[in-house]
Design a protein around this ligand. Structure first.
Ligand code: MGD
Ligand code: MGD
Ligand code: SF4
Ligand code: MO
Length: 902
């Protein structure tokens, strides 16, 4: 056994992990790294399940060119030839890279260097455009640099913690757990959650402002106006460290931000709003955490700026427990910003339109071709692909056919593009399916480099598995293409450490304190020191010493010096206004989209873990009970959701935590795992005018019932051709595919047996005389292959664990299988899976509560639920409330947020 310290590849919390690997690399176990400053040994459920995702069954292991397996030599020549031919014919602006906050810093650095520095176009943009570009733009406008001023400890030290547009209990669970612990230790700490719906996060709140979609801009403008009249204004700070304050006051006073107008616009209770404003006034130690509810908005930059203004006018920036805090989504969103991965940035936090920066980077890279103007931002980039202006696109570590707004246009754009190259570690995704050339990237556990988390902490990801097949690290693939293009001298890297040293050297080159991002202390690391590098927080100027822990600067701007030309923070004008779209008779509901606890984005990795697939099993749309009633819908129905751009089909969930008039859908399902659940087909590509970030949280839609004649569950050893169905969605639970289907057209046992004749040779079936239920079981010599249950009412209940266990039993009879699993009773007896780590189901927890467990700790002692990562603790709390409130009533398990529904 050997032990390796690495970093979790999911969210921007950036938890350290300790990996134990057997000598033959077949056994891997992952636990939290107790020495890492982000998590001190904790992991959430996704991090805890990392070892389940390391199998090779879905991997892309060989390059493919035009549908055929190819050698690296052939694939690299094909990429470079097609790229250089395109440049020769249509110019460098006809070429684009679309990259990702899931690349390591070293990969990102070379991709940016190749396109901007040597091909000579800035048409490289990243999925961080969809994620953090609003925060980047706001930081740069107001603070003069893209710097997150605070650190995680500030969230624990705050006396007032405001969490807006973030469901961190599910999306940044380890930071959330740190907050839970801090609140337990200091019960006077107040938490305000601002979100249009009730979430696992809002349960911790002393005050939840369930505002109208997209109305934060008014809420924070109202707060600013309130602060201007209050004692909280820090006149000295304003005088010494900011500019344009009198103009800010003038403009703010011209707007109608009287508290009752604001309450009306935001549709929140005026007294609650006043309470929030008063708490802000009187609490010096205030932190505002913001995420996608703020960033993914058509006026995101203005509302993020207003958050920064509220902190600046009170002098609460970069102080212990007092700061704005933009929390990053992806594991290396920050690293991407450091290397200049966005189309409007240069490397090392420099600006593409700043002549001095341009000269500096050109000199450092020794190139005459450095792009001089910003490139296309993601949405415009794919539009240019659709228009034929971009004819060669290389997509790395992102799945835009699923994650871009107006996703069908993106898919069609790629289908019509001359050359589409995709680097991914997974073979079959909605985007790899569109590629002419597929390049197999090394995955987490195989590759090595650095990532930077939300609090500017640089951590090492270390490889502990051999590279499978022909897969290679992304930096290697990009550098090889660069060499084929004739840029050997600039891309002659032998290892990730070579790139890191260059990146560190550029950050400090002619810096002299003029730029925030300086990690000059790390440019001298030799390979062994790079390998041993502990987590370190930037900045780390050449004079800094590198030691373990947060050795850099925990907080920025404590001295009130900013990176604007004047050294002062800037108040630029903002324009609170209405949303660019409105709901109407045709599309009367607001579609809000986001994440669920146990899945990561397009599921290419978390979808490989059976454990993680059990929490929420199907794509869903959540509606308020009133909206359900209005449409004659019930929980468990299938619904057709339509917008101006497309349609989806999802399972309906009854959710009193929704605001009436709004619906919520998760972003994870896609064409690989479901018939029609790629949410971004519905979402408008309307962007913030400054950042170019799409407003993913507000699209007008309509929802109606999809009528079907039957619903079915198919369990099979491999993926099967499905009968004609109006809906299907599939999951792999540790080797078995569980597919839920529903349809309009009648199907019968004969038809199915014909369809699956190649898979099963002997059959058992029970079809009732009214044809309203069917059970069909198929076997071959190798054992059980197919288990199928259909009924005309609701989805047949299946006890997944029982069936998985039965699958392995050689002597189980067909009859037992048919009849045994007819008993969905077992699964009904268990309810849904609440604690993924310990595999504890809802009913076990309810029984524990009924037997006297009055808090989560007691439930944990009795059932083990919530004792590993803690991600399910909000759900345990809900069960505590609902079970205590209504012990005799059966709980509607599809709707666990609102106990009043039970
Ligand atoms: N489990 C899990 N965790 C993840 C990810 C994942 O895929 N799965 N992805 C990671 C990534 S890349 C990111 S960017 C982060 C995102 O992390 P979050 O931003 O926390 O996640 P979201 O679910 O997109 O949206 C957050 C909340 O914004 C709310 N919201 C919607 N509209 C508004 C509004 O107008 N105002 C306000 N105030 N709130 C609004 C939504 O209801 C939602 O609860 O998560 C990271 N962590
Ligand atoms: N409607 C709606 N849409 C959204 C959002 C939303 O809230 N609502 N959120 C947006 C946000 S914030 C984000 S960040 C995006 C995320 O969206 P995407 O970036 O498209 O989602 P992922 O599934 O993370 O895609 C990563 C891809 O890279 C592959 N991969 C993993 N590791 C590596 C590697 O080391 N190298 C290479 N080459 N490939 C690798 C994975 O297999 C996967 O195919 O979605 C955005 N889209
Ligand atoms: S909170 Fe969870 S997903 Fe995020 S880095 Fe930590 S273990 Fe990974
Ligand atoms: Mo993101």
């Amino acid at each position: 056994m050997s032990a390796v310290e690495s970093t979790c590849p999911y969210c921007g919390v950036g938890c350290g992990v300790s990996v134990d690997v057997s000598d033959d690399a077949t056994q891997v176990s992952v636990k939290g790294d107790k020495t890492h400053p982000a998590n001190a040994g904790r992991l959430c459920v996704k991090g805890s399940a990392l070892a389940d995702t390391l199998g090779l069954q879905s991997r892309l292991l060989k390059p493919r060119v035009d549908g055929l397996q190819a050698s690296w030599d052939h694939a690299l020549s094909a990429v470079s030839k097609r790229l250089s031919d395109t440049v020769a014919r249509y110019g460098s602006e006809s070429v684009a890279f679309y990259v990702s906050g899931q690349l390591l810093t070293e990969d990102y650095y070379v991709a940016n260097k190749l396109l901007k520095g040597f091909i000579g176009t800035a048409n490289i943009d990243t999925n961080s455009r969809l994620c953090m570009s609003t925060a980047v733009a706001a930081h740069k406008r107001v603070l003069g640099s893209d710097t997150v001023p605070g650190c995680y400890e500030d969230l624990e030290l705050a006396d007032l913690l405001i969490i807006t547009g973030s469901n961190m209990a599910w999306t940044h669970p380890v930071v959330y757990q740190r907050i839970v612990a801090a609140k337990q230790a200091r019960p006077h700490m107040k938490i305000v959650v601002i979100d249009p719906r009730k979430t696992a996060t809002s349960e911790l709140a002393d005050l939840h402002l369930q505002l109208a979609p997209g109305s934060d801009i008014w809420l924070f403008d109202g707060l600013l106006a309130w602060l201007l009249d209050s004692t909280a204004i820090d006149a000295r700070y304003l005088n010494d460290h900011t500019e344009n304050y009198s103009e800010l006051v003038k403009q703010c006073r011209q707007r109608d931000n009287d508290i009752s107008s604001i309450a009306q616009r935001c549709q929140v209770d005026e007294d609650e709003l006043r309470t929030f404003y008063q708490w802000f006034v009187r609490t010096a130690r205030t932190v505002t955490v913001f995420s996608q509810g703020i960033n993914q908005s058509a006026h995101g930059v203005d509302q993020a700026s207003l958050i920064l203004y509220c902190h600046l006018v009170t002098g609460r920036v970069g102080k212990p427990g007092a700061s704005p805090f933009s929390i990053t989504g992806q594991p290396n969103a920050m690293g991407g910003r450091e290397v200049g991965g966005l189309a409007n940035q240069l490397a090392a936090h420099m600006d593409i339109d700043n002549p001095a920066h341009h000269a500096l980077v050109s000199e450092f890279w020794q190139t005459q071709k450095l792009a001089t103007t910003p490139g296309l931002k993601a949405v415009d980039m794919f539009r240019a692909v659709a228009d034929g202006k971009i004819r060669f696109i290389w997509i790395m570590a992102t799945n835009p056919v699923v994650s871009m707004p107006e996703a069908e246009l993106v898919r069609n754009a790629l289908a019509g593009c001359d050359h589409v190259v995709v680097s991914d570690c997974i073979a079959d995704t909605d985007t790899t399916r569109m590629a002419d050339i597929l390049l197999p990237a090394a995955a987490w556990g195989e590759k090595s480099g650095t990532v930077t988390n939300s609090e500017r902490c640089i951590s090492r990801q270390r490889g502990f598995l051999p590279l499978p097949g022909s897969s290679r690290p992304d930096w290697w693939i990009i550098s090889q293409v660069a060499k084929h293009l004739g840029f050997e001298h600039a891309f002659d890297y032998q290892c990730a450490a070579d790139i890191f040293r260059e990146h560190a050297a550029l950050s400090t080159y002619k810096n002299g304190g003029t730029r925030d991002f300086d990690i000059g202390a790390l440019m001298q690391l030799d390979n062994a020191q790079y390998d041993a590098l502990p987590p370190v927080q930037w900045p780390l100027t050449p004079a800094s010493t590198v030691s373990s822990g947060l050795a850099g600067k925990a907080r920025m701007f404590a001295d009130g010096r900013f990176y604007t030309p004047s050294g002062r923070a800037r108040f630029l004008s903002v324009a609170p206004g209405s949303l660019p779209q409105t709901t109407d008779a045709e599309f009367p509901l607001w579609l809000n989209t986001g994440r669920i606890r146990d899945q990561w984005h397009t599921m290419t990795r978390t979808g490989l873990s059976g454990k993680l697939q059990k929490h929420i099993s199907e794509p869903f749309v959540e509606l308020h009970p009133m909206d359900l009633q209005l449409r004659g819908l019930h929980a468990g129905d299938l619904a057709l959701i339509s917008s101006r751009h497309g349609q989806c089909v999802m399972r309906v969930r009854d959710q009193a935590g929704q605001s009436p008039g709004s619906v919520f859908m998760p972003i994870h399902w896609n064409d690989t795992v479901a018939s029609n659940a790629r949410v971004d087909k519905l979402v408008s590509a309307i962007c913030d005018p400054i950042s170019g970030q799409p407003a993913f949280k507000q699209t007008p839609v309509t929802v109606s019932r999809l009528s079907v004649k039957w619903q079915a569950v198919l369990v099979s050893s491999r993926r099967l051709t499905l009968p004609s169905a109006s809906y299907w969605s599939t999951r792999n639970l540790d080797g078995l595919y569980f597919t839920t289907l529903a349809g309009e057209k009648n199907i019968d046992a004969g038809l199915l047996k014909k369809l699956w004749a190649e898979v099963a040779t002997s059959w058992a079936e029970i079809e009732d005389s009214h044809q309203d239920s069917l059970r069909l079981i198929g076997r071959n010599n190798a054992g059980l292959q197919i288990w199928f249950a259909l009924q005309t009412t609701t989805v047949p209940e299946v006890d997944e664990d029982w069936l998985s266990a039965s699958w392995q039993q050689e002597n189980i009879s067909m009859r037992d299988l048919v009849l045994g699993c007819d008993a969905g009773n077992q699964s009904e007896a268990k309810g849904t899976l609440v604690c993924t780590c310990m595999q504890v189901y809802e009913k076990t927890i309810q029984q524990a509560i009924a037997s006297g467990c009055t808090d989560t700790a007691k439930i944990g002692r009795k059932t083990r639920a919530g004792t590993n990562c803690g991600s399910c603790i909000p759900e345990l709390n809900r069960l505590l409330v609902s079970t205590a409130a209504a012990p005799a009533v059966q709980c509607d398990t599809s709707s666990k947020i609102e106990e009043s529904l039970c």
